[in-house]
Design a protein around this ligand. Structure first.
Ligand code: PXG
Ligand code: PLP
Length: 448
């Protein structure tokens, strides 16, 4: 075995091992020249292969809001794996999935009370889209198949998700998807450097009326949006915008799906984006924070009326009602992790903690206004992003350079498109917020 010649990394991973792993959403060629290897995590910090401590400025990938290494979760996982490591997901059950489903419904807005488990956010999105189409067919309206997403939306990477998604690089090379069209995004000029929700922009919801006129409601199954767009670089909804989408969907008999893979379970300062923004969808997708990121798991939460429609139209009771599910739907170990994670969220009042420290985060983040290259700052709850002026011909280069310099200085932040994204742990302290912002300001000023 040849050990990497770059001994300064001390990662002990051979070139052949590096080559063997085709990494997701990663610049493989660049990464493998000088790998950034994380070996352990505790609280709000990672330790890398060189033994450096690194602040986790994105809570993993928006996953680990309660901090890393939570023994309540790891012990629950160990116990569950020793008791029941797997049980067949189809036609048989185990106690934890029912307990978890019920627990989730207690956290959800009142009308959302039927939970379907998946293995990830992308699977949750596919499931929600299929449930929506099937619902209309079962209602005798089989022509309602079209989906409406939104420009800059991210709904995972499967074919339905990239079809309704609005991030063009994620779609460009993959060919035909499913029938979908898109609302405009809400990042309008004039809304730069707004703290929290912009007051301008609700009128953009009226574009939905235009799309309904164009395609006719009889062809449209559902509208899917993130209440706050995460991956595109933290775009909070304009005041009144989501409410207007809800009204137009209700008026035209179109289902409204909120993709809350990032926003559910505390990040917005409430249990869900729906609760925080005061608008209830017909279907919601969740993942990530559900298990504090420790075990993969997602879910779709549906209104009872949608569930009942399936139950009432499936023929004899021995017949299944929804021909859909994953080998790992409601995996017992994932269920145990989620129950422990939701316990922590409640016991430590983490959504409330987010709400309490969000104003401090907001002020510290917006203090970066005036630093060279920054042309916009956006935030809500413990989510924030900076838009960075494009280097000539290379819109994604500066954010990459900034994130890499931050890593050298002991801070993990996410870069994507022309943005730097922050999703701090709910357990962040005020001094941690200060040192992150200081490092960011200093680093951005260092980049050409
Ligand atoms: N919907 C939304 C709104 C998401 O944010 C997914 C679906 C897909 O979930 P899975 O579990 O299949 O990845 C996501 C995931 C980032 C980033 O840096 C965001 C996601 C994933 C990775 C990175 O913004 N979001
Ligand atoms: N492909 C094959 C050949 C399978 O047998 C299965 C599941 O049985 C799948 C894909 C789907 O896998 P999952 O249920 O983990 O999504």
């Amino acid at each position: 075995m040849t050990i990497s010649s770059n001994s300064s990394n001390n990662h002990g991973i051979s070139q052949a091992q590096l080559d063997a792993h085709w990494m997701p959403f990663t610049g493989n060629r660049e990464f493998k020249k000088d790998p950034r290897i994380i070996v352990s995590a505790q609280g709000n910090y990672y330790t890398d292969a060189r033994g450096r401590k690194i602040f986790d400025g994105l809570s993993g990938l928006w996953t680990c809001g309660a901090g890393h290494g939570r023994t309540e979760i790891t012990e629950a996982i160990a116990k569950q794996a020793a008791t029941l490591d797997y049980s067949p997901a189809f036609q048989f059950g185990h106690p934890k999935s029912f307990e978890l489903a019920h627990r989730i419904t207690q956290i959800m807005p009142e009308d959302l009370n039927r939970v379907f488990f998946t293995g990830s956010g992308s699977e949750a999105v596919e499931t929600a889209l299929k449930i929506a189409r099937g619902y209309w067919r079962k209602q005798g309206q089989a022509s309602k198949t079209r989906f409406i997403g939104r420009s800059k939306g991210y709904h995972g990477v499967n074919y339905g998700g990239i079809s309704v998604g609005g991030l063009s690089p994620n779609r460009a090379i993959f060919g035909q998807g499913i029938e979908a069209c898109h609302l405009p995004h809400t990042m309008i000029s004039g809304n730069n450097f707004i703290q929290g929700m912009p007051s301008e922009g609700a009128y953009l919801a009226e574009e939905l009326e235009q799309l309904v006129t164009l395609h006719d409601a009889s062809t449209i199954a559902a509208v899917i949006v993130e209440p706050l767009a995460g991956s595109a670089g933290v775009i909070p909804p304009p005041v009144g915008y989501l409410k207007r989408l809800r009204e137009i969907c209700t008026k035209h008999n179109i289902l409204l799906i909120f993709d809350e893979v990032i926003t559910a379970f505390g990040r917005m300062g409430s249990n869900t984006g729906a609760a925080e923004f005061g608008v209830t969808p017909d279907l919601m997708t969740v993942a990530k924070q559900l298990t504090n990121g420790v075990i993969p798991m997602g879910a779709v939460i549906a209104k009872q009326e949608i569930y009942d429609t399936y139950m009432d139209t499936a023929g004899p009771e021995y017949m299944l009602e929804l021909p859909h599910g994953y080998t790992y739907s409601a995996h017992p170990v994932a269920c145990a992790a989620a129950l422990a994670s939701l316990d922590i969220l409640a016991k430590e009042s983490l959504p409330e903690r987010v709400k309490t420290i969000a104003p401090y985060f907001q002020a510290a983040l917006h203090d970066l206004k005036g630093v060279v290259h920054i042309n916009d700052i956006r935030n809500y709850g413990l989510a924030g992003a900076l838009s960075i002026d494009h280097a000539v011909g290379e819109p994604a280069k500066r954010p990459y350079q900034i994130a890499m310099k931050m890593w050298q200085k002991g801070f993990y932040v996410r870069y994507g498109g022309d943005t730097i994204q922050l999703g701090l742990p709910f357990t962040s302290t005020l001094p941690e917020i200060d040192s992150l912002m200081n490092a960011l300001g200093e680093t951005i000023a260092e980049v050409n």
